[in-house]
Ligand binder design. Structure first.
Ligand code: ATP
Length: 352
């Protein structure tokens, strides 16, 4: 059995099913993100695991113990919210000490633990300060230190970095992941920030409308999205509708708007022949070498330089495509030929 088992977990408010039926198996030490648009049920799921919201159905089992009817303070779970909820009238060390005192830890041990976690979040020497004397990033690190101090069996993070500026957030991603790995603490992060989920997680649970659409490692979710929603939520995607036919045992062709390309379908792919959606990422499409026809012709309508690459919009018979390239030799208005490796085309069985 997994370290954390969430089985058929759901929440209804009146007739509205805000979390339909969640099944989640998380291994000890794993970092899993719940990623999805606003209102898809991420926070509600986390609150049910923490014990702050009573589920309408389902079970939460942590390390073999059924937590479903256990009050939050008995669950041994650390929670960090978007608003850090530090006690403003207490110093940093008293904020951290609070949870340890509740657990009746001896004074010497408490002092040692506080110094250890402050060191971990690079705030040694700041123990005497009050929250108002800290920056947003420092306050957030105190909140994390406070939740780590109790050595919870499970750490739940609800958008803990969304108040920080972009640079600080990036640093915190790296820092938090380092601490999480070092302590081997099983962690669930709620976020709507795809970069945050991609950089931090062992696995991402991509949610929409109260359901998990796909649960897999970041690269798998990115490169092999199971649904159109997933392909569009994580990064940019070029998607077109086509008809798949079988050429021989291993080879399939997709045709659309009079064009035809070979596609590969993995052994276990749910789809074989008929109408389907085909997806390719912008970075897997390039401009054909001069003098060659490429696979698709279009008109370059826009090109913006994003520092590491050019993001281009190309109007094609298959719709508007995004193309991401390192170098650009064409101007908006030019006719361009696009090329790609057919092995980078992905078939998404779900219909549009
Ligand atoms: N107490 C409540 N009563 C009624 N509806 C609620 C309640 N709490 C949450 N909801 C609804 O449940 C849905 C899911 O909310 P939830 O906060 O879990 O979403 P979320 O994915 O975390 O969104 P966000 O990223 O905006 O925080 C929303 O439509 C919300 O309005």
């Amino acid at each position: 059995m997994s370290f954390l088992s969430v089985k058929n977990l759901g929440k209804d408010y009146g007739a509205t099913r805000v979390v339909k039926s969640m099944d989640l198996e998380i291994e000890r030490g794993e970092f899993v993100s719940l990623l999805g648009p606003s209102g898809c049920g991420k926070t509600t799921t986390l609150q049910m695991i923490a014990g702050f919201t009573e589920p309408t159905r389902g079970q939460v089992i942590l390390d073999g113990t059924d937590l479903t009817d256990m009050p939050p303070e008995k669950r041994d779970i650390g929670v960090v919210f978007q608003s850090y909820a530090l006690f403003p009238h207490m110093t940093v060390q008293d904020n951290i000490s609070f949870g340890l005192e509740m657990r009746k830890m001896a004074k010497d041990q408490r002092r040692e633990r506080i110094s250890e976690v402050l060191d971990m979040v690079s705030l040694s020497g700041m123990g005497e300060r009050y929250p108002a004397q800290l920056s947003g990033g420092q306050r957030q690190r105190v909140a994390i230190a406070r939740s780590l101090a109790i050595r919870p069996r499970l750490l739940l993070l609800d958008e803990p970095m969304s108040n920080l500026d972009a640079k600080l957030r990036e640093n915190m991603h790296i820092e938090l992941r380092r601490i999480q790995r070092k302590l081997g603490i099983t962690t669930i992060l709620v976020t709507h920030d795809q970069t945050e989920a991609m950089t931090m997680s062992d696995r991402i649970a991509l949610m929409s409308d109260g359901c998990i659409q796909q649960l897999a490692p970041p690269l798998e979710v990115y490169h092999n999205p199971r649904t159109l929603f997933v392909s569009g939520f994580l990064g940019r995607a070029n998607v077109f509708a086509g008809t798949i036919t079988r050429s021989d045992k291993q080879t399939y062709q997709v045709s659309s708007e009079g064009l035809s390309f070979a596609v590969c379908l993995p052994e276990n792919h749910p789809f074989r022949e008929g109408k389907a959606n085909i997806m390719i990422r912008p970075e897997n499409v390039g401009f054909a070498d001069p003098g060659t026809a490429g696979k698709l012709t279009g008109t370059l309508s826009e090109a913006v330089f994003l520092g590491t690459h050019w993001l281009c919009e190309v109007q094609t018979p298959l719709g508007m495509w995004f193309v991401s390239v390192q170098r650009l030799a064409s101007q908006p208005g030019d006719t361009v030929a696009l090329d790609w490796l057919n092995s980078d085309l992905r078939v998404i069985a779900e219909q549009q």
